[in-house]
Design a protein around this ligand. Structure first.
Ligand code: KIV
Length: 276
């Protein structure tokens, strides 16, 4: 697709149904992102999620996505210590999580880990620009590459992960012009999120783009709400509640029949046992 200039589509999935729907809708790649810490586990940020928890989610996604290339995120603390630690974690994601490749955050400093993992035959998707696992060091969720120096660092990081063997690189929250120019300089595809239309593909978090959240929730500028899953689920659940309360559900068509004579015999037997 990259060679043909066809945009690559990627979407997060965190469990069997979200993977199934993304796969059936034709996503090229499915990402079991550590964003699941916040959107599926209700945690404050992504730093708390464990490798074991990521593996559990990956296993469910792998059963739901049959065509898409599945990438699992290495969570914070499972790959930064050494290339050996990174490879061990990556192997667990593939062997136990059943993903096809892994993603890790970081630029030039992660090159030795990327080399180690890829030489063991595990495809690596790198992630540069805004790296949410490092939000405390970055001063929060801030756009990266907004100055000449920042843009140069972003480009150096993207080239470093390419040279280390990453098959593609997620580019998060970088000005569109910068991401577009760096995409042209790279051999590998860039998968943008908040990085404009000049990237080789795009990734979004499924609950965000499908509108599976209550009204009023903060959304990053780059998110487009393509659906209203929350609204539809609310409508369905509220209607179910009303129909249970007013006994219009279940209707006869939702029940199992019994032959009339069997039921009458059953009634007679109950009455007889009551008299005894
Ligand atoms: O964790 C995640 O979902 C991600 C994407 C936003 C790229 O890293």
């Amino acid at each position: 697709m990259h060679k043909r200039g066809e945009p690559i589509t990627m979407l997060t999935a965190h469990d069997f149904p979200s993977a199934h729907v993304a796969d059936q809708a034709g996503m090229d790649m499915v990402l079991v992102g550590d964003s699941l810490a916040m959107v599926s586990m209700g945690l404050e940020d992504t730093s708390e999620v464990l490798l074991e928890e990521m593996i559990l989610h990956c296993r469910s996604v792998a059963r739901g996505a049959k065509s898409a290339f599945i990438v699992g995120d290495l969570p914070m603390g499972t790959y930064e210590v050494s290339p050996e630690q990174a490879l061990q974690s990556a192997i667990r994601m593939v062997k136990e999580g059943r993903v096809h490749g892994i993603k890790l955050e970081g630029g030039a400093e992660m090159a030795p880990a990327i080399e180690k993992i890829t030489t063991a035959g595990i495809p690596v998707l790198a992630h540069v620009g805004l790296t949410p696992q490092r939000q405390n060091a970055l001063g929060g969720f801030r756009v990266q590459g907004k100055t000449t120096a920042g843009a140069l660092k972003f480009m150096a990081d993207a080239i470093a992960v390419q040279e280390a063997g990453a098959f593609a690189v997620v580019v998060e929250a970088v000005p569109a012009e910068v991401a577009g120019l760096v995409t042209k300089k790279l051999r590998i595809p860039t998968i943008g999120i908040g990085a404009g239309n000049g990237c080789s593909g795009q990734v979004l978090v499924q609950v965000d783009m499908s509108g599976n959240f209550p009204p009023g929730r903060f959304l990053p500028k780059f998110v487009k709400k393509f659906g209203d899953v929350w609204g539809e689920a609310q409508r369905a659940i509220q209607t179910y509640r009303t129909e249970v309360k007013d006994r219009s559900y279940p209707a006869p068509e939702h029940t199992y029949p019994i032959p009339k004579e069997e039921y009458e015999e059953f009634e007679r037997m109950i009455e007889a046992s009551n008299r005894a």
